[in-house]
Design a protein around this ligand. Structure first.
Ligand code: DC
Length: 227
C-alpha cells in the first residue's frame, strides 16, 4: 500500500488562471525536486474530449448522470507526456482551444468535480507531488505544504497562448484567444464550487514581467523552506 500521508508525500500546489504558465513551471519544479506531477486541467480536458466522443453534452439535462459516470470511470492514463483515453492517444486533442472550453464548462458542475476528486488525489505518492490547477490548494490538497497562486495579466497570457499555438505550426487569432481567455477566467472565477481564487494561505506570484527560470527558482526556494 502506498504511503500517501502528508509526511511521506508532501504536496506543492500551484494554482492560477489559464495560460499563466503553471504547467511549465510546475513540471520544472517537480523535475528539480524529483516529485510526481499532476496536471489537473488535463483531466478536465480529457473529460471534455471523452464526452464529445460519447455524444454527451453538458447542456442536455438527461446527459448529466452519464457525464458524472464518465468523469468517475473513464479509462485514462498518463504515460510520460502522453495522455491515453480508452487506449487512444489524446495528447494533442486535449490541447485544442475547444477542449479547453468544454473542460471549463464541465468544471462548473459540482457532481462532476466531486467525481474527479479521488482521481486527482491518487497522484499523491512518495516522495511528493507538484499539482497544478485551480483548486489544488483549496480543495484537492488542502494540506499542501506550499500553495502558490501563479498569475499574469490577461494580455501576457493571451500572447503566451498565441506563441504556444504558433509553436505547434497552427494559426492563432490573438483577439479570439484574448476574448476566450477572459470568458474562461470569468467562468472559472465566478462558479459556485471551487472558484478560481488564491486561498488565504497561498503565496501570490505575478509572472507578467519575470521569466520562467526566475519563477521556478522562487518556488523552489519556498519549497525547500517548507519541506
Ligand atoms: O488549466 P487548463 O486550462 O488546462 O484547464 C482547463 C479547464 O479545466 C479550466 O478552464 C477549468 C478546469 N479546471 C478546473 O476547474 N479545476 C482544475 N483544478 C483544473 C482545471
Amino acid at each position: 500500500m502506498v504511503d500517501s500521508s502528508h509526511k511521506a508525500a508532501p504536496v506543492i500546489a500551484i494554482d492560477g488562471p489559464t495560460a499563466s504558465g503553471k504547467g511549465t513551471v510546475a513540471g520544472l519544479v517537480a523535475k528539480q525536486l524529483g516529485f510526481y506531477y499532476l496536471d489537473s486541467g488535463a483531466i478536465y480536458r480529457v473529460l471534455g474530449v471523452a464526452a464529445q466522443g460519447a455524444g454527451l453534452s453538458i447542456d442536455i439535462p438527461e446527459h448529466h448522470a452519464p457525464l458524472v459516470n464518465l468523469a468517475a470511470n473513464m479509462p485514462v492514463s498518463f504515460v510520460g507526456e502522453q495522455v491515453v483515453l480508452n487506449g487512444q492517444d489524446v495528447s494533442g486533442a486535449i490541447r485544442t482551444e475547444q477542449a479547453g472550453v468544454l473542460a471549463s464548462r464541465m468544471a462548473v458542475d459540482p457532481q462532476i468535480r466531486a467525481a474527479l476528486l479521488q482521481r486527482q488525489r491518487n497522484f499523491r505518492q512518495p516522495p511528493g507531488l507538484v499539482a497544478d490547477g485551480r483548486d489544488m490548494g483549496s480543495v484537492v490538497f488542502p494540506d499542501a505544504i506550499l500553495k502558490v497562486f501563479l498569475t499574469a495579466s490577461a494580455q501576457v497570457r493571451a500572447e503566451r497562448r498565441v506563441k504556444q499555438i504558433e509553436g505547434r505550426g497552427q494559426r492563432a487569432d490573438f483577439d479570439a484567444i484574448y476574448q476566450d481567455l477572459l470568458a474562461r477566467d470569468k467562468r472559472d472565477t465566478e462558479r459556485a464550487v471551487a472558484p478560481l481564487k488564491p486561498c488565504d494561505d497561498a503565496k501570490v506570484l505575478d509572472c507578467s514581467d519575470i521569466g520562467v527560470d526566475q519563477v521556478v527558482q522562487t518556488i523552489l526556494k519556498w519549497a525547500l523552506q517548507a519541506l
